[in-house]
Design a protein around this ligand. Sequence first.
Ligand SMILES: O=C(O)CCC(=O)C(=O)O
Length: 289
Amino acid sequence: MMMKSKGKRVFGSKSKLDLPAVFFLCFCFFLAGLFGSMIISQDASGVRSRRWFLESVEEENDSMPHGETGESRVDTIPFQVLSWRPRALYFPNFATAEQCQSIIEMARSKLKPSNLALRKGETADSTKGDRTSSGTFIGASEDTSGSLDFVERKIARVTMIPKSFGEAFNILRYEIGQRYVSHYDAFNPAEYGPQKSQRIASFLLYLSDVQEGGETMFPMENGSDVGVGFDYRSCMGLKVKPRQGDGLLFYSVFPNGTIDRTSIHGSCPVIKGEKWVATKWIRDEDQED
Ligand SMILES: O=C(O)CCC(=O)C(=O)O
């Protein structure tokens, strides 16, 4: 009875249930529904944002007490294994477009025709046309913008080879038709004579896109039998298309120090556009000693 009369009093009384009050109540219900659905939808997307938040926190929490030369943060540097033969990794967005552009501008006025380390019996004439790019060597300390220093440090972190084991950057420009025929970066003492140290890995930072051609090629990737008639001038095998800011790392020697024959590589001729690349050769001995 009480309930009924109460109900009547609320909904039945003319003074309490006039039209504005009904509208007001409807409006309140509408608002409550609206907020309710917003909270539910926020919760659905919140699953993702909360997970993202947790992951980033976890990453921070994942860090360990580090040694004197270590780092406090857990880092994420994306990479793709391009091949195990040779061991080759691709690093998208290794450097920014601005950093690449500033390296290009620094090198542009210093370019000279690229040269080659000659094997026993070779001459400048016999190797003419093998490497037709122009280039210059620039050490990270010469770059006041700090771009080369940033790249050099990052290379040291992904290879875990101290930066002092690297040669100065060789900044190269390939114009239309220019190329670098297939070759090894490691020096075979039988062909080049005794060496003070060996090039064990190479890191290429692509400073520009190339409209067509200009791929870095590995003609013997996975040990492909290129046969006796192998033309070291032809563009074949695994081809890596340059993309501004991306990096390519490959090892020229096996862990035991012997040369990996599948690391033979070169640059296909540029067909359209221009190719800029910064090469860092990494040795097995400290270059500052
Ligand atoms: O330009 C390229 O893609 C390859 C460069 C290269 O082979 C080298 O610098 O040793």
